[in-house]
Write a protein that binds this ligand. Structure first.
Ligand code: ATP
Length: 264
């Protein structure tokens, strides 16, 4: 079988803010159909790495390739057209809109309906809207929250709203899904359920996630990259990373022992 090559390749990314070097020659590869976890202590540069991939932050040097082609600082609103979607550390939802309306907001980047057909409520535009709504419902079903579609987001528990945020990213059918602390604020049960969901997503997309929850990361991810002070200090499978003395020293010590021996 031909080696498909990485879906995302970041090479030698350097970013600094006001003289503080936040990423120093960071290189990362994400293999199609896998889950890559980016871990590291607070302030290590994990979110900055995400923001650089998304085009929110301009690197001083280094390069990004997506599916073998240069990814030249996509404008954030063009991300989904590139085949990339992300969730935020918080929720980033519209609290007064329903679940379905929030998810449809993530689908609009793919909508081909121009303003004129929409204004005239042309049959073509209506068909297109129905198709998007069906697609949104399909994603809600995958995430087991279809029953909440008509409910206003603000009225839902936090764990459900986290799923809505995930649905909104998924509805654009991204080839690469970036999840920023997806387990933050979830109970242990919700975290375990989320791991099962993300594992299932590998059939339809490739996932790169930032997370502090060690059990979640160790049980779910195929590969890990460890950042410390803006540099990659280790990479490999969860088992390899857990056994790495450099990682133990820099960061994981107790957390890894607590999550020991439970790789999926
Ligand atoms: N826009 C910015 N301007 C100035 N400094 C910034 C900016 N964004 C991030 N930083 C600094 O860059 C460093 C890395 O931040 P980043 O948010 O990428 O870390 P992180 O690993 O995601 O941390 P956490 O786990 O706490 O979310 C931190 O010292 C942070 O204060």
């Amino acid at each position: 079988m031909l080696d498909a090559g990485p879906l995302l390749r970041a090479e030698g990314l350097c970013v600094s803010f006001g003289g503080l070097q936040v990423l120093n020659k960071v290189s990362v590869e994400v293999t199609p159909g896998t889950v890559l976890g980016v871990i590291g202590p607070n302030g290590a540069g994990k979110t900055t790495l995400f923001n650089t991939v998304c085009g929110f932050v301009r690197p001083e040097s280094g390069s990004l390739h997506f599916d073998g082609r240069p990814l030249r600082r996509p404008r954030p609103h063009q991300l989904t057209r590139h085949g990339i979607a992300r969730t935020l550390q918080g929720l980033g939802l519209f609290p007064r809109l329903t679940v379905l309306e929030n998810v449809l907001a993530g689908a609009t980047a793919r909508a081909r309906t121009g303003a004129l057909p929409a204004l005239l409520a042309s049959p073509w535009a209506q068909r297109h809207d129905r198709r998007l709504a069906a697609q949104a419902m399909d994603v809600l079903e995958t995430l087991d929250i279809a029953a909440e579609a008509r409910r206003v987001c603000a009225s839902l528990p936090y764990g459900t709203r986290k799923r809505v945020a995930l649905a909104r990213a998924l509805v654009s059918e991204p080839r690469l899904l970036l999840l920023d602390e997806p387990a933050a604020g979830l109970s242990e049960t919700e975290t375990a359920e989320l791991a099962g969901i993300v594992r299932g997503l590998r059939e339809r997309t490739t996932v790169m996630l930032v997370e502090h929850h060690m059990d979640f990361v160790m049980n779910l991810c195929d590969q890990l990259v460890v950042l410390d002070f803006g540099e990659v200090i280790a990479r490999g499978t969860p088992a390899e990373v857990r056994a790495d003395p450099v990682v133990q020293r820099a960061y994981l010590g107790e957390a890894v022992e607590a999550a020991g021996g439970r790789d999926a």
